[in-house]
Design a protein around this ligand. Structure first.
Ligand SMILES: O=C(O)[C@H]1O[C@H](OP(=O)(O)OP(=O)(O)OC[C@H]2O[C@@H](n3ccc(=O)[nH]c3=O)[C@H](O)[C@@H]2O)[C@H](O)[C@@H](O)[C@@H]1O
Length: 410
């Protein structure tokens, strides 16, 4: 008679333990997310939007220092290109407000250090996401941006195999969210944004020219950038937004991205770690049209300076608007092997390298930009060869990480 009663008690007991365990896991998760993403909760963000110090910093940062200076919203301002472009704009007297979500794709401390540098130059970065339409609208209410330099994106070709959703979220969803807000403004800003050399995908004809077809991307990253170009066309066509896409070719330099080969090759060579140098089928040499950051910055400023005004207001187009695409490359491709040789000489360390077949993960064999159009229309003229550019990068790297001593945790 006692037995079923005991079984029932035991069941109740175990259910209670289960309930307590699940409650603990649930509360633990809430605690984890609130500690790790303190600004992502809506209540936090709304508090932000009402904060007068926050508004003051935005107004101050967005105010041009020169007569006829632009007021530019730079998305991805804590990123590599974003930091350099923001600096250049500020130095010539434009008002600049940055926007960045400080995601963890690579070391956040580097993004924070870039933020500190911009802060010392009077550029404030708003912490937020381009998918946040409420925040974007608020920023446009505070500052009448004349231009948007849109550099926020999920970058990197190979990472798309691991986290495809992040590319769709940032490069497609985020871009549409930004354009949706821009189209409603009165006046609408002119937009310059980062496309990519990767849109040329598996094309064989070199150098890559803007009139070439771009319909065989080899990575999801490339596909999202190609989608961005199509989306830009739509918003230009329907809403009169002036939009310029810049196809960057493997940008490198000081304050660069740790996920890029030149950067982690440097780190691994210094640590004595093995690096893989990819080659194509039958020993085909893999090469890139590596482009130095200062040249890219000049191209970005050239694009902003030659952008004509958007023609619409409040979402309604009032006439045809400018729609452009330019290659920003160095037009001088270099084999990845040569890149490694240059690094070895600059670092005075022999690389522990293996040559391995290029994995089928989205990389293309070669890139090479035809830059005639950008030269003609933007005054774009790259002047830094890979040797000189890497020299500046290595000097920065050694100073920033101090690999032999104090601060080596890359
Ligand atoms: O031009 C562009 O649009 C793209 O340039 C870079 O992409 P990628 O040129 O692939 O640059 P890295 O990832 O730094 O690779 C450079 C070269 O090193 C090679 N590599 C990479 C990694 C490795 O372990 N070994 C190796 O030989 C790659 O195949 C490639 O040829 C950026 O990472 C992209 O975000 C950007 O959009």
């Amino acid at each position: 008679m006692d037995k079923p009663l005991n079984v029932n008690r035991l069941r109740t007991h175990f259910s209670l333990i289960k309930l307590i365990a699940w409650t603990c896991i649930f509360l633990g998760l809430i605690l984890f997310f609130s500690l790790h993403y303190p600004h992502s909760s809506p209540s936090n963000r709304l508090k932000y939007l009402e904060d007068s110090d926050w508004k003051y910093q935005i107004l101050n940062s967005g105010r041009p220092k020169s007569r006829n200076g632009f007021r530019v919203l730079v998305t991805g301002a804590a990123g590599f290109v974003g930091m350099h472009v923001s600096t250049a704009l500020r130095q010539r007297g434009d008002g600049v407000v940055g926007l960045d979500n400080f995601n963890g794709y690579y070391e956040k401390s580097l993004k924070r250090a870039r933020e500190d540098l911009l802060k010392s130059q009077g550029v404030f970065i708003v912490e937020g996401d381009i998918n946040d339409g409420v925040l974007l609208t608020k920023l446009f209410k505070l500052v009448k941006f004349t231009h948007v330099m849109h550099l926020a994106a999920q970058a990197g070709v190979r990472y798309a195999m691991k986290n495809p959703g992040s590319y769709v979220h940032s490069n497609i969803g985020g871009f549409v969210s930004l354009l949706e807000v821009c189209k409603l403004m009165n006046p609408q800003p002119a937009i310059v944004w980062a496309s990519s050399s990767s849109v040329y995908g598996l094309n064989k004809k070199v150098p890559f020219s803007e009139i070439d077809r771009t319909d065989n991307p080899s990575s999801l990253y490339a596909a999202t950038k190609k989608a961005g170009e199509a989306i830009a066309h739509t918003y230009n066509h329907i809403h009169g937004l002036s939009i310029t896409g810049l196809r960057f070719f493997t940008v490198y330099g000081p304050w660069g991205r740790p996920d890029m080969a030149y950067f982690f090759f440097t780190r691994d060579i210094l640590k004595g770690k093995q690096i893989s140098v990819f080659e194509g089928l039958n020993g085909f040499t893999v090469s890139r049209d590596f482009t130095y950051i200062d040249d890219i910055v000049k191209g970005c400023l050239g694009a902003l300076d030659t952008a004509t005004k958007s023609t619409g207001s409040g979402g309604v187009k009032e006439g045809p608007a400018q729609l452009r695409v330019y290659n920003l490359g160095n037009t001088s491709p270099v084999p990845v092997r040569k890149l490694v040789n240059i690094l070895e000489k600059l670092l005075k360390v022999k690389a522990n390298k293996v040559v391995s077949p290029m994995p089928a993960n989205g990389d293309v064999l070669f890139t090479h930009a035809n830059i005639s159009l950008a030269r003609r229309e933007l005054g774009y003229k790259p002047t830094t060869d890979l040797q000189s550019g890497l020299k500046k990068f290595v000097a920065w790297y050694l100073d920033y990480y101090k690999p032999s001593g104090k601060k080596s945790s890359v």
